[in-house]
Design a protein around this ligand. Structure first.
Ligand SMILES: [Zn+2]
Length: 271
């Protein structure tokens, strides 16, 4: 499932390819995604120009001229691809956007957990969807996060997955971040000491930036808008490595399954 790095890679790809272009056609092929795609998108965004594309947490936001803008969430299997021919139809294509230079952007989503919605001016990015702090601004909020952490009774891995605390981290990167910061994933958040907390903030930034530089992670079917795969999975230290030896201490990596989510860690390196 795309997490912050994968969404960032996609947003950068979109920015590179469609910034400044005008939408000549917006067609909803199948509106039934996680939430119905609003039908009015078809006429609201026609003849609008792409002004900016940004990411907040795991959301992509396409800002256009005018008062209304597009937000997308890729869910589990959502992806975009460019094509030059509208006859290039794949199973599970749900949206087609045609631009004034002839480029066509298709949104494809096998499991249909992704979704699109409209936001209108004024946009409050600071309070967007009640998301927590962006991982690349943690430094500026470290006292706030520390105070907040000291009140949390849930385990640190669940807290990292809480989008209202820090935005954009999902199951894969949570395991990698906790290994990097040497923290036991099921440690109660408020029991984490200041040094570990400081290390945690820096690990979040390091791991996510590294993942972006590798084009994200492809485990099942993630690919960027050019159809290229991500390669960060080759850098995993714990995720998907159960039963294999820890690169640091040679002990075996453990996998624990809880509420349908797997957590991977090293019981020697992570305390
Ligand atoms: Zn280890």
């Amino acid at each position: 499932m795309p997490e912050l790095p994968e969404v960032e890679v996609i947003v950068r790809g979109l920015r590179k390819n469609i910034l400044g272009l005008k939408i000549t056609e917006f067609e909803i092929i199948n509106k039934k995604l996680r939430y119905d795609t609003p039908k009015e998108m078809e006429y609201i965004f026609k003849n609008k120009t792409i002004k900016h594309i940004l990411r907040i947490g795991k959301y992509g936001i396409i800002l256009l001229n005018g008062k209304k803008h597009i937000v997308f969430h890729l869910g589990m299997t959502g992806k975009f691809r460019f094509t030059k021919k509208n006859t290039d139809v794949h199973k599970h294509d749900h949206i087609t956007i045609i631009f004034n230079n002839g480029i066509i952007l298709k949104y494809n989503d096998v499991r249909k957990f992704g979704y699109f919605f409209i936001i209108s001016n004024p946009i409050n990015l600071y309070k967007f969807k009640n998301l927590g702090i962006e991982p690349f601004y943690l430094d500026s909020y470290s006292s706030y996060l520390w105070e907040s952490l000291k009140k949390k009774n849930k385990d640190i891995k669940s807290l990292l997955l809480d989008q209202g605390f820090i935005a954009g981290i999902g199951n894969i990167y949570a395991s990698e971040i906790l290994f990097d910061s040497k923290i036991y994933p099921f440690k109660i958040s408020k029991k984490i000491n200041k040094n570990s907390f400081t290390k945690l903030l820096s690990s979040i930034e390091i791991i996510l930036k590294k993942a972006i530089s590798y084009g994200g992670t492809t485990i099942k079917d993630y690919q960027n808008i050019s159809g290229e795969l991500g390669y960060f999975q080759n850098n995993f230290k714990v995720y998907g490595r159960e039963g294999l030896t820890c690169y640091k201490c040679k002990n075996l990596i453990i996998k624990v399954k809880n509420k349908g989510r797997s957590t991977f860690y090293c019981k020697i390196c992570q305390k």
